[in-house]
Write a protein that binds this ligand. Structure first.
Ligand code: C5P
Ligand code: MG
Length: 210
């Protein structure tokens, strides 16, 4: 187990800023070299019988994670779970943790691991699939430890989309990425400038694909 941990730790030791500082434009895959069987958490993912095949997908915003996940889903029949998306869904559902999650995300911090892991676990347990792509997780070493402790499972594969900052910034700007966390009016203040440009009166539209 220590061999896998050693390769994963430098990638997840600090949040997204560490991804942005990656210099090389590469696609890296680490397979886990697990030699011991993880302790099974009570009522964990193993309780359903066959152990799931778990892939962690890491990479900065604009690194192509989401796009490639969709392709993996289509080609290999995985179920795609995005940690950020599950957290946003929890905010929208007005659950007991909703307000805390909203504030944590607004402050640019990482949500307590136990909350995120339980959302991921619930989603995995209610799925018919046994193959999972977990995108945007783990973001910290603590996330990873909590996942193993709570679910009793370890990733079978870790994929890191290693993209230079310049390229990611270019892609994200091209996308008009809107941060959709906040009140309706706060979000609309970000939407407004996109339409405020006199595009609608133009005869031509510019579209660039990167
Ligand atoms: O991955 P994404 O950019 O969609 O995540 C949005 C936010 O959700 C992050 O900025 C962070 O605050 C929170 N998050 C988290 N733990 C994760 C993934 C995301 O706290 N594992
Ligand atoms: Mg995402």
């Amino acid at each position: 187990m220590w061999r896998r941990v050693a390769s994963l730790s430098p990638l997840i030791s600090s949040s997204i800023s560490s991804y942005l500082n990656q210099a090389a434009y590469k696609f890296k895959i680490w397979e886990s070299f697990t030699t011991d069987i993880p302790t099974q958490a009570k009522g964990g993912l193993f309780s359903k019988g066959k152990a799931p095949f778990i892939t962690f997908v890491l990479g900065g915003p604009g690194s192509g994670k989401g796009t490639q996940c969709a392709k993996i889903v289509n080609n290999f029949g995985f179920k795609h779970l995005s940690a950020g998306e599950l957290l946003r869904r929890e905010i929208a559902s007005n659950s007991e943790y909703g307000a805390m999650i909203l504030n944590t995300i607004k402050e640019g911090k990482i949500v307590p691991s136990e909350v995120t892991v339980k959302l991921i676990q619930k989603e995995m347990e209610s799925s018919d699939s046994r193959r999972f792509l977990i995108d945007g997780f783990p973001r910290t070493e603590e996330n990873r430890i909590a996942f193993e402790k709570i679910t009793g499972a370890e990733p079978d594969l870790v994929i890191f989309f290693d993209c230079p900052q310049e390229e990611m910034v270019k892609r994200v700007l091209n996308r008009n990425e809107i941060n959709a966390v906040g009140t309706v009016d706060e979000i609309f203040e970000q939407v407004r400038p996109v339409f405020a440009v006199d595009r609608m009166n133009c005869n031509h539209t510019e579209s660039r694909v990167t």
